[in-house]
Design a protein around this ligand. Structure first.
Ligand code: PLP
Length: 429
């Protein structure tokens, strides 16, 4: 597979962009290769600048649930662009998208649009702090909530471990208010919340973790968080930037029947354009400026192109059978991959919720950050490179999810499974 143009472009990019990329994982360092430069996406297929084609399981890290360049989404963006790209004033489309989100997501009575998932979580936490008058945020090890200072806390080592900044440039004074505790462990959560209740503004959680690879909530985990936060008067924030409109139309809260106080969205609701959103009970959302004192703003927030793309996307997702189809295809893919693991003797753990999945290279179940870290990342790297050489585009890290989209055909999934079998056999050579 020729990669001359990608390699040249990466060299040029490194001269003018730190690491040659605009988001670190794209540099592909953990899988031991350089990035491909993509010139086109259509349906399930990406084409790189050397004209190689790949079946894409990254899907722009989640947003492209309909596949790339879906005709309805593209038509909506084109129609909106003709009328101007930004006004910094209210537009009808933002009301339309807000109404669709309010109808869809059980916890959301009012919603504010921002420009990324990071802005959504950052703003939701500011709101939780403003509303409760408390400072501490409880998060879970291995959950990623974007790159705002409060969330960049090294995976905590246990009960009440106060945050240590996970990056230079993040003041200790900020992350001392972030507690990180193990995912899927209600006992530690209960101890933490009971000990510090008077200081805790909120618990923020990915209802299905997607950023240590896919880790589903253990039975009772989300119910337990809801019960405890309600009892102790602490706000519960679901970070549904990945799961929103992905694991069900109404997100993980619909799928699992748990209603948080606030919800963060991103990815799918922008149809591939830069969008985030946070919303929740009207009583809490009314504390946001200008109705309330908690400040949050954005020059490009509610951007007309992004709103149009989001509306087109959600309307497509409302079509009957979309989520049944995603579930059916993904379950069949899971079955094929598990069969290959058994037949070849390469030990893996496949975690899946709907069309989000991760194949971990470990023989043991993966239920939290610690167990995810037991995966053989060298082996994943080799598998990644082998798959790429056959035209299958996976996430360039063991600790990311793969996404199945409406655009993946049965043939695409059969091809990916066949290549997986070939790659697994090669891993044992
Ligand atoms: N929250 C979750 C669960 C995410 O997966 C991400 C990004 O992957 C974010 C927040 C941050 O979103 P963004 O990259 O749009 O800032």
């Amino acid at each position: 597979m020729k990669r001359t143009v990608s390699d040249e472009m990466f060299e040029a990019a490194r001269r003018v962009i730190p690491g040659g990329v605009n988001s670190p994982v794209r540099a592909c360092r953990s899988v031991g290769c350089d990035p491909l430069f993509i010139k086109r996406g259509l349906g399930a297929v990406l084409t790189d600048v050397d004209d190689n084609e790949y079946i894409d399981f990254v899907c722009s890290w989640g947003p492209m649930i309909l596949g790339h360049a879906h005709p309805s989404v593209i038509a909506a963006i084109q129609a909106a662009a003709v009328d101007g790209t930004s006004f910094g004033a209210p537009t009808p489309t933002e009301v339309d998208l807000a109404s669709l989100v309010v109808e869809a997501v059980p916890s959301i009575e009012k919603v504010r649009f921002v420009n990324s998932g990071t802005e959504a979580t950052m703003s939701a936490v500011r709101l939780a702090r403003g509303y409760t008058g408390r400072n501490i945020v409880v998060k879970f090890d291995g959950c990623y909530h974007g790159h705002a200072d409060s969330f960049l806390v090294k995976a905590g080592s246990g009960l009440l471990t106060l945050g240590i900044p996970g990056s230079p440039g993040v003041p200790e004074d900020i992350v001392k208010n972030t507690l990180s505790i193990p995912y899927n462990n209600l006992e530690i959560l209960e101890d933490t919340l009971r000990q510090k209740a008077a200081e805790i503004a909120c618990v923020i959680v990915e209802p299905v973790a997607g950023n240590m690879g896919c880790v589903p909530p253990a039975p009772g985990f989300l119910e337990g968080i809801r019960r405890l936060t309600k009892e102790l008067n602490i706000l519960l924030i679901f970070d549904e930037v990945i799961t929103g409109f992905r694991v069900a139309y109404g997100g993980a809260q619909e799928r699992f029947g748990i209603t948080p106080d606030l919800t963060c969205l991103g990815k799918i609701i922008g149809g591939g354009l830069p969008v985030g959103a946070y919303g929740g009970k009207a009583e809490i959302m009314d504390c946001v400026a200008p109705d309330g004192p908690v400040y949050q703003a954005g020059t490009l927030s509610g951007n007309p192109l992004a709103m149009a793309a989001g509306i087109a996307m959600l309307k497509e997702l409302q079509r009957p059978g979309v989520y049944t189809e995603l579930e059916r295809k993904s379950a069949r893919f899971e079955e094929m991959l598990n069969g290959i693991s058994r037949a070849t003797g390469v030990p893996t753990q496949l975690n899946r919720v709907g069309s989000v999945m991760t194949v971990f290279f470990t023989p043991d179940p993966v239920s939290d950050f610690e167990s995810a870290m037991r995966s053989d990342t060298e082996r994943y790297g080799q598998h990644y490179r082998q798959m790429l050489s056959t035209g299958i585009y996976l996430a360039p890290s063991q600790f990311e999810a793969a996404f199945v989209s409406m655009a993946h055909s049965e043939k695409d999934l059969d091809t990916a499974a066949k290549m997986t079998e070939w790659s697994f056999k090669k891993l044992l050579e």
